[in-house]
Design a protein around this ligand. Structure first.
Ligand SMILES: CC(C)(COP(=O)(O)OP(=O)(O)OC[C@H]1O[C@@H](n2cnc3c(N)ncnc32)[C@H](O)[C@@H]1OP(=O)(O)O)[C@@H](O)C(=O)NCCC(=O)NCCS
Length: 180
């Protein structure tokens, strides 16, 4: 695979993130909520954070260990990002974020269904899992809406701001894929 894939859904286009997206990424990620709700988005978020993220995403795609897509509307406006990250044993971790003005429109649910389908059918993953902080119930809701099931609660699994959090883990298996 040399060219970055393009996935299309009813309302969205998922494609490669480019340098032209950096100003939008930096603007969206100014809110501290992104750092509070994730384990890998820094706060404050600076232009060089976005540049590094793009570089790492591009390297991961080249060695097929990561597939991070821009989430865009049909006018190609950048809304957020979603990715699958190879964790070995034909298993990938799903991660996503969306700029706040775009929340609660079902966009990440729509994008996640497409990327999961792609992950099982084209990338041959067997299992896709995701985790979320308990203070971020919208993310848990997305996991349920895309057909994932709660597999475990990982006790004191992540430390943030000096506190340990129990982390729910959701998963879906290739054999369970219900949407085509
Ligand atoms: C989590 C996130 C990606 C969701 O994206 P989204 O496109 O708004 O998600 P959707 O609209 O597809 O679904 C969100 C669901 O959560 C629900 N929801 C929103 N806020 C909620 C809350 N406080 N408690 C419970 N459910 C909530 C919505 O009602 C919706 O469910 P519904 O369709 O049944 O009404 C987005 O909020 C985000 O980017 N958050 C910051 C980054 C982040 O948390 N990333 C994930 C880390 S695990």
């Amino acid at each position: 695979m040399h060219n970055f894939p393009i996935l299309e859904t009813e309302r969205l286009i998922l494609d490669e993130i480019t340098a032209a997206d950096i100003p939008h990424i930096v603007l969206y990620l100014q809110d501290k909520v992104f750092s509070d709700y994730t384990s890998n988005i820094p706060y404050p978020y600076r232009e060089q954070d976005a540049e590094l993220w793009l570089q790492l995403s591009s390297e991961a795609f080249k060695n097929r260990s990561g597939f991070t897509f821009a989430i865009r509307n049909k006018n190609r406006k950048f809304l957020g990002a979603i990715g699958l990250h190879d964790q070995g044993s034909d298993k990938a971790e799903l991660g996503y974020w969306l700029g706040i003005p775009n929340w609660n429109n079902g966009y990440v649910t729509e994008a996640a269904k497409a990327i999961i389908r792609y992950g099982f059918r084209e990338l041959n993953f067997n299992k896709i899992f995701a985790t979320y902080f308990p203070h971020n119930p919208a993310s848990g809701k997305v996991m349920e809406k895309i057909g994932m099931q709660k597999e475990a609660v990982l006790k004191q699994h992540l430390k943030k701001d000096g506190r340990y959090y129990d982390i729910p883990m959701y998963s879906i298996f290739k054999e369970d894929l219900k949407y085509s």
